[in-house]
Design a binder for this molecule. Sequence first.
Ligand code: CMC
Length: 390
Amino acid sequence: MSVPDRSANTVSEVRKGLEGVIAGDTAISDVDGANCRLIYRGYDIGELAGNASYEEVSYLLLFGSLPTQAQLGNWAAQLEPSRAIEPPILKLLDQLPKEASSMGILRTIISALGLYAPDSDERTLPELRQQAIRTIAQTPAIVAAIGRLQNGQRPLAPKPGLSHAANFLYMLHGAEPTPEQAQALDTYFVLLAEHGFNASTFTARIVTGTRSDYYSAISAAIGSLKGPLHGAANRKAMEMLLEIGEHEQVDSYVQKTLADHRRFMGFGHRVYKGEDPRAKHLKALAHRLGQTAGDLRWFAISERLQTAVWNAKQLYINVDFYSASLLHYLEIPTALFTAMFACARMAGWSAHVLEQMADNRLIRPLARYTGPRDLRFVPIERRVAQSAAS
Ligand code: CMC
């Protein structure tokens, strides 16, 4: 019997952080780093932002084409009844520590959604779609409830007839948003709905690749998004603006950050070689909301910081930079910012779970071993401590 050649088809070069490695095929989106373009199923993000609603874009990502009026009506009619938080989930939310991080709570709750679903281990396309509808619809209600509970308020039920974005603002604030506010959040959701094989989406695909379930994949993705180099950069960017406080302080903040070798949050990107194509849309929305509120302070600090960081380090802004002032102008607590990112990305993650499951192969890369070899076993009474751990 021939022995398989384990070295065949292996690539000896190690790419730290998998930089530049193409890890699979996808028809969901194209993150074109060289040309700074983002394409969802053939549509440039500039075509969709401000024209298509999150409901239309989530349909596009999951089903592959923009819905007709009838399809959109049917899609909205499926999302609407799933929007309210289910009673056992509400009970669990009440029991979790209020001081825990919003993303930690969201990760736990999405995982718990799987415990209260009879079909949670089913992986056929129709069942995965049902799981996606339930989760996409319910996440904004869960995030709004987390915000209210952290603020000592009771969660609110969704209001029939409001859009996905308007309903979130209603459930958080207890009052219907203005059309401008609803439109701004809707466009934010559209812009952040999907982004290729980013860290959290790739996490979801790895979990799906083992033929684990939808809820495991999505809760793992939330854990990945929680990191400050990924989704938590929007919260960190707002904390940076708050720390700067006045636009006259921008230059000294930049000098101090450089001297301390710290990172500017909301700047830099692994794939885009210029400005993130989502950033200009978010900037325009933040500007408009600031103007309407009669408070351009956070926008002015952001703009000056954008220029100062460019002058000092030639770093471009990314999606998280103007997301910060936009969400702040919508009076969303900073502690909820990364969970807002998760609300938007729920559609993209779900589409990737479906795509991975439809043409699955276990995702299992190799590692280059850098430790010692050929050590001899030493009985415990003769061992000498070799590491600091006691
Ligand atoms: N501030 C200061 N220096 C930076 C920054 C930044 N934001 N981003 C990159 N650099 C520098 C970094 O110090 C390094 O310089 P040197 O070679 O002198 O040490 C060089 O640029 C390359 O950095 P890297 O970390 O190797 O590059 P990467 O491709 O791994 O980093 C990144 C991508 C997004 C992790 C990084 O730009 C970063 O940490 N940005 C701040 C956090 C942030 O905004 N994250 C959101 C990313 S976009 C949305 C998302 O995915 O969630």
